[in-house]
Ligand binder design. Structure first.
Ligand SMILES: [Zn+2]
Ligand SMILES: [Zn+2]
Length: 475
């Protein structure tokens, strides 16, 4: 949505408060993404198909990355490599604006056995991402400025790509007392969320929405009514009945989304709905958007591609919250993404240890990884089948920047260099050579997919290069 866009900054890592949000009289907020120092790449990508739907670009060409920026774009063979440049012969490959994932669990602090900043951002870079936002449901919860600052420091030492940290809406994610949102925003919180849990109390939510306006940071919401989802472990429907498993009804999500759209409209605040899973929710969002509520929403690859039918296997890599729902719900998500009711694709990458995921289905933790397979899975099941246009998928995989006021990746001269290079014909098996992530609980583990990220440039630096993918250096 255009209200989330900001002018491009000269500093590829910096960003400002989203337009339209009050900033407490401070003008630009001091919020930015962090990553480890990385040398500016000088790379000439030769003869790739350049595809950037935002820029109206879809043609073969050369693209030169230098000093953190896209220095030149020209016809195939028209650009010469500066001294010291690396040359990528990219004929047959596609160059896209690199992707943005606003919903990642880095499990740090507390569960570094499952993921940390280094492995999580390495997985993101391998998936073609140039920026991610990490969720605060860690141990301890990111609910105070010192914890947030220490994470940002860690990212400045370890992160492969620019990484932002969200802070919790309520202290300890307890759902009662609001965090010091103004102080957290000042310390660089990228957004506020209690992801993993809903904000149960409408009164607390209303209070948080008022602070949203003041802080300028959007509220990202995990929507679920715990009195409806109860101890459910999968979607409530025909399959859960057959399996005899407790179900989570789709109204657990849609009723909370309806409540929070009402509250956001009433308070003129901005919300972002995480991991939409149900047709009813898409319908609620469509109505709220039509009524002018400032709401954006995301869908995950697993909800766009899989249904509760997969749960018949009792494979715990199909256990997540919200759960995989019916084919009718899945189609509504795809239609919602196409129509723009759902703004962006977010993975909800949620690493879990092998031992925990090896528990029986009822006991295993909810959540699956997805950074490394997101594009290929969607390309295979929705683009190659003709359901969605490739350009639309690229746009929706970068659009996670907008609700959060991040720099919009684009293939334009002078823009920060955020580029991913993809071989749309490459066939590979997910997990065949392991994962960059420390965890392996991928919903697409073992699937043969078509389309592979070969290289990712994030904020001017090469963040990922597939091992077999050779680059020649100009001397
Ligand atoms: Zn969640
Ligand atoms: Zn999550």
């Amino acid at each position: 949505m255009s209200d989330g866009r900001i002018p491009r900054s000269a500093d590829p890592l910096s960003r400002a408060a989203a337009g339209g949000a009050a900033t407490g009289g401070g003008g630009l907020l001091r919020r930015s993404l962090d990553r480890a120092p990385a040398p500016d790449a000088t790379v000439l990508i030769r003869g790739a198909q350049l595809l950037d739907p935002r820029a109206g670009l879809d043609q073969p060409g050369d693209l030169l990355v230098r000093e953190g920026e896209i220095a030149e774009i020209g016809a195939p063979g028209s650009l010469t490599a500066p001294e010291g440049a690396e040359i990528v012969e990219a004929e047959g490959l596609h160059a896209f604006p690199a992707f943005v994932d606003p919903h990642v669990h880095l499990r740090t602090p507390g569960r570094e056995d499952e993921e940390d900043v280094e492995t999580g951002t390495r997985a993101a870079a391998a998936g073609g991402y140039c920026a991610i936002l990490a969720m605060p449901n860690t141990d301890p919860v990111v609910d105070s400025a010192p914890i947030l600052r220490s994470l940002r420091e860690r990212a400045r030492a370890e992160a492969r790509i620019p990484t932002g940290f969200t802070a919790s809406i309520t202290v300890g994610m307890g759902g009662e007392r609001l965090t010091e949102m103004a102080e957290l925003a000042d310390a660089g919180a990228a957004a506020f969320t209690d992801d993993g849990l809903p904000v149960r109390s409408a009164g607390v939510m209303r209070h948080a929405l008022r602070y949203q306006r003041l802080s300028g940071c959007v509220l990202a919401l995990h929507e679920e009514d715990p009195t409806l989802s109860g101890d459910g472990v999968m979607h409530e429907g025909a399959v859960s009945a057959v399996l005899g498993l407790a179900g989570i009804p789709s109204v657990s999500e849609s009723t909370m989304v309806a409540r929070d759209c009402e509250l956001a409209g009433y308070e003129s605040s901005r919300i972002h709905v995480q991991h939409v899973s149900a047709r009813r929710t898409v319908e609620v969002l469509a109505r709220a958007k039509a009524a002018g509520v400032q709401v954006t929403a995301e869908a995950s690859p697993h909800h766009l591609l899989l249904t509760d039918d997969a749960v018949r296997s009792l494979d715990t890599n199909f256990k997540m919250n919200p759960p995989l729902r019916t084919e009718d719900d899945r189609q509504a998500l795809v239609d919602g993404l196409r129509a723009g009711v759902l703004d962006c694709i977010a993975t909800d990458h949620a690493p879990h240890s092998r031992e925990e995921k090896e528990e029986p289905f009822e006991l295993a933790p909810m959540g699956v990884t997805g950074l490394e397979s997101a594009f290929a899975a969607i390309h295979t099941d929705l683009v190659l089948t003709g359901v969605l246009d490739l350009g639309l998928v690229v746009e929706r995989m970068t659009a996670g920047c907008e609700p959060f006021g991040l720099v919009v990746p684009t293939l334009a001269k002078g823009a920060p260099a955020n580029v991913c290079l993809v071989d749309l014909d490459a066939v590979w098996e997910v997990g065949e050579s392991g994962y960059e992530s420390r965890s392996a609980n991928c919903a697409f583990d073992g699937r043969r997919l078509t389309g592979r990220v070969r290289m990712t440039v994030a904020a001017g630096a090469v963040a990922f290069r597939e091992r077999s993918f050779a680059i020649e250096a100009v001397r």
